[in-house]
Design a protein around this ligand. Structure first.
Ligand code: AKG
Length: 280
């Protein structure tokens, strides 16, 4: 397996191809038309710019900042290259060492407010054909220079729900997200392929050789932009060596009438038994 400059497992060369990119988006949730909803079902995603305004962006950033700096927060996953040094870092270094926090909504009113944004819930409800309920919430961060990849995967491989459930992810950029600093990459229409086997490699992921790299598209987002995506859409994010921080909030919503399954038995049967005890 290839290694990166930190001695960690690296993606094969060419796994993230930035030659195709989406730079535009619908201007605000209020302008999502019925044709856009149909497009979501056809392509498995929708890009919205100005999904949240500047004050909501600032609120999201300060909510995340306060959680990272809180010494009582047990939900922090820091970069492997930082390791146990994390606990002794000064505040500014700490901010640029965290990869993920989950959950965040129960611990910060500003992030809870972001997850309950009425216009967002309304669009997701239109996609699902019924009211949406929050099922998972995360801060997804790529620290400058060291942010690791999230290999190609389907989010449904991490969720214990009946197979036909349409769970929708909302990935909201708090910083500009582009290929250099690890933006989201998607394979349009791949949700129609159904569940793919996942394997424990660099993560719980689709096998690198099963990724249709030539069909992939980078989704460039300005701060406040949002990618809505289907839980079976193939997606991932490349590693970053950029000096630019990439912070995002990620909320997953399920149809309010659907309940989580009591255990992972069904999910492992569908996606493969490597996935015991994983969380997205
Ligand atoms: O934000 C990232 O880097 C990865 C997000 C993602 O694809 C996920 O958590 O499912």
């Amino acid at each position: 397996m290839r290694q990166d400059e930190f001695g960690l497992a690296a993606p094969p060369a060419g796994l993230y191809d930035f030659s195709a990119a989406i730079r535009s988006g619908i201007d605000g949730f209020g302008n999502v038309t019925d044709a856009d909803i149909e497009q979501f079902h056809a392509l498995g995603f929708l890009v919205i710019h100005n999904a949240i305004d500047q004050s909501a962006i600032e609120a999201g950033r300060s909510g995340i900042r306060d959680l990272i700096l809180s010494r009582e927060n047990d939900n922090i996953m820091y970069e492997a290259v930082v390791g146990e040094r994390f606990h002794a870092l000064a505040d500014e270094e700490r901010l640029d060492s965290v990869r993920k926090m989950m959950p965040v909504v129960p611990f910060d009113e500003r992030l809870k407010t972001a997850s309950e944004e009425a216009a967002l819930l309304h669009v997701i409800g239109r996609i699902m054909g019924e009211p949406a309920a929050l099922s998972q919430d995360q801060a997804m961060l790529k620290p400058p220079r060291i942010g690791r990849e999230k290999p190609w995967h389907q989010d449904m491989a991490y969720f214990n729900y009946p197979s036909q459930t349409t769970i929708v992810g909302a990935w909201i950029a708090l910083d500009e997200a582009k290929p250099e600093n690890g933006c989201m990459m998607v394979i349009p229409g791949s949700h129609h392929d159904g569940p793919m086997p996942h394997w424990t490699r660099r993560d719980w992921q689709i096998c690198d050789t099963d990724v249709r790299v030539g069909d992939s598209v980078a989704v460039l987002l300005p701060p406040g932009g949002c990618l809505l995506f289907h839980c079976l859409l193939h997606h991932g994010t490349p590693p970053t060596r950029s000096d630019k921080r990439r912070w995002a909030l990620q909320f997953h919503y399920c149809p309010a009438s659907v309940s989580r399954l009591p255990d992972s038995e069904h999910r492992l049967r569908v996606f493969g038994t490597d996935g015991v005890d994983v969380s997205c």
